[in-house]
Design a protein around this ligand. Sequence first.
Ligand code: NAD
Ligand code: WQD
Length: 337
Amino acid sequence: MKVLLTGGAGYIGSHTAVVLLEAGHDVVVLDNLANSSPESLVRVAELTGREAPLVVGDIADRKLVERTLRDHGIDAVIHFAGLKAVGESVAKPLDYYTNNTGGTLELLHAMDAAQVRTIVFSSSATVYGAPEQVPLIEKMELDATNPYGRTKEQIEDILTDVAAADDRWRVALLRYFNPVGAHPSGRIGEDPTGIPNNLMPFIAQVAVGRREKLVVFGDDYPTPDGTCIRDYIHVLDLAAGHLAALEFLADHQGRHSWNLGTGHGSSVYEVLHAFERAVGRPIPYEVGPRRPGDAPVSYADPSAALADLSWSASRGLDEMCADHWRWQQQNPHGYTG
Ligand code: NAD
Ligand code: WQD
């Protein structure tokens, strides 16, 4: 298959590019480089021995997207492009609704015009909002609690309506839990701009000496060690989930949603200690106040993806930390440093 990856120069997109190229698919990337560097794709080519051509542009540029789909003979789109910082989305909701929801509408118009109607979408466990029950299952009600999450819910709704209206569409909504880790080569990985919002990139920057200490956001939650529990998933397991979803859509119409998680929760302290094992020394931390909006416990029931896609995550927390650390150590300042 020839697959267009929107946002493919980013963290999850670049890892998925490796997995698709290694599986024999052709990959084209459309990315406006708002949160990524073209260097990631240079390294994807170096790792796979195959090129993933980059079109620098915006998903909201309907003409450019349509031309790209036609010129490259694209069969399917994996739609990673989007802004993803929860706090920023609260401060700048219009930017998030315009870029994520508005941009996706333009992308879908372009796909329809070019008659490319297969799409795998990067959704998020954030669509479940504050979970009343764990593990989370796909049929639970969606109730995102911030603008970022609401853009994911809106895009899920739009894709659901599009698939219901026209049975030529094939839609996979992939709800990622907490993606971490990196390619084991240490050549590609997550390269956050500014202060990392997420736990593992923050710990990694403390470990490499870029930040003084981790602040644990609360240790008085109703969990065994008092810190929040999340379902961390290795980015290469996640990438494999995209390949499985694409293959599923090749012989299934309609709209499908799957949780991509391990089904296993880890606390902040468990992640911190696993990272310390990877690094081989203690990592400084202090306990701070709770972060507003954090749910005490969130983890997936990934059994639907196993049943439908024969997909499950195989890498554990120690491997996630070891791979994340290798990337951080080899690239202390990311791609451009
Ligand atoms: P990322 O920022 O590394 O990648 C997103 C890419 O999209 C970037 O390369 C950015 O330049 C590009 N982009 C943004 N807006 C664009 C636009 N309008 N046109 C073209 N390109 C655009 O993020 P990631 O972690 O790789 O996430 C990929 C997707 O997965 C996002 O949609 C994100 O919301 C979703 N997701 C991420 C996580 C996570 O924790 N990383 C969890 C759940 C869902
Ligand atoms: C994990 C745990 C924090 C940083 C977010 C988005 C979600 C999805 C994945 C995109 C929490 C604690 C964190 C720190 C800490 N992204 N923490 N100190 O909040 O589960 O999910 O990323 O879709 O939408 O909300 O992940 O990595 O931010 O936090 O103690 O400096 O680590 O409180 O318990 P989260 P996270």
